[in-house]
Write a protein that binds this ligand. Structure first.
Ligand code: 2RA
Length: 314
């Protein structure tokens, strides 16, 4: 978030960095100046205009209301407030208008796997109103934090040199493997899968939308990929979908006929702002329904950039 504010030259008058007691006193740089990290306390938000949170659900649950009461507009990246009826859940390209109605002074940033899918599906929903989404995700280890990326890298090296490296962060080895690593939710779905269901309906403002998710972690450092199948309330064919996506806000379309390697890939999306969409094609069996492949940097558009874009538009 700090790097994104800097890269986008956000008009920051004063940056206050808040963290746990353990991190207080450490320094970082912002716009060439040294900034000292301060300990988060209830008094930390005096004079703060915009408070960006990315410190986990328990910190957000406790401190977002405190920041809002101090007069800050809060943009929270945790899942703590996403489904609160008085908290808008916002993807700027999709439903920025929802941000104006924030009775608690809090705006929630959606889950990374939801954000990229919403950017891709918004133009199609506006044209033909989505009926059913079937999505399979291939999620990078950076979505699980720094320790997860380290485990992938070190476990891969260990396996390549014939050494054992038992899983710590993941429930099974992630090197050369794919794992459903999220906590359980209802009906034998994971919590991550339920986020895609509930958040999609809230962001698009349509509780009738059916979402059938499967989320999987893959041995990729950064960049989530998603295979998405969509049906609509009127037939939508791939040709029209491509026309809609070609100029859609936040989308980079990989057009043209199928060719090996000619599709959005995490290695190309990492570090970039866009949501990359490709493999747009008509379903073979059900006329008027389509498939698409969606890739984005889960730390940027999936988290920090989306939050900063909300702040920019505010
Ligand atoms: C994940 N979307 O990838 C979740 C949280 N970042 O694990």
């Amino acid at each position: 978030m700090v790097r994104t504010l800097e890269q986008r030259r956000f008009p920051v008058k004063k940056l206050v960095l808040l963290a746990s007691k353990r991190s207080a006193g450490q320094t970082t740089t912002f716009n060439g100046k040294t900034v000292t990290i301060e300990e988060l306390t209830p008094a930390s938000f005096a004079g703060v205009d915009i408070a960006l949170f990315s410190a986990g659900g328990s910190v957000s649950k406790e401190y977002c209301p405190i920041a809002a009461a101090a007069g800050a507009t809060v943009i929270d990246n945790s899942s703590a407030w996403r489904m609160d009826p008085d908290v808008p859940l916002v993807v700027p390209e999709v439903n920025m208008e929802h941000a104006a109605n924030r009775p608690k002074g809090i705006i929630a940033n959606p889950n990374c796997s939801t954000i990229q899918m919403m950017v891709a599906l918004k133009p199609l929903h506006d044209a033909a109103r989505i009926k059913h989404i079937v999505v399979s995700t291939y999620q990078a280890t950076s979505g699980k934090g720094h320790a997860a990326v380290t485990e992938l890298e070190e476990q891969t090296q260990a396996k390549l040199s014939g050494k054992d490296y038992p899983p710590k962060v993941f429930p099974s080895p992630i090197a050369f493997n794919v794992v459903c690593d999220w906590k359980a939710g209802d009906m034998d779905y994971s919590e991550e899968e339920w986020k895609m269901v509930h958040e999609t309906r809230k962001i698009l403002g349509d509780q009738s939308i059916l979402v059938s998710p499967t989320t999987v972690r893959v041995p990729v450092v950064n960049g989530h990929s998603e295979a998405v199948y969509v049906s609509f309330h009127r037939p939508l064919h791939a040709a029209e979908a491509k026309d809609l996506l070609r100029n859609a806000e936040g989308v980079e379309l990989t057009d043209g006929p199928y060719a090996p390697g000619k599709h959005p890939q995490p290695i190309d999306a990492a570090g970039k702002d866009a949501v990359y969409v490709g493999r747009v094609r008509d379903d073979i069996g059900v006329p008027g329904t389509i498939h698409l492949f969606v890739v984005a940097d889960n730390l940027r558009k999936g988290a920090a950039l989306n939050a900063v874009q909300i702040a920019e538009r505010l």
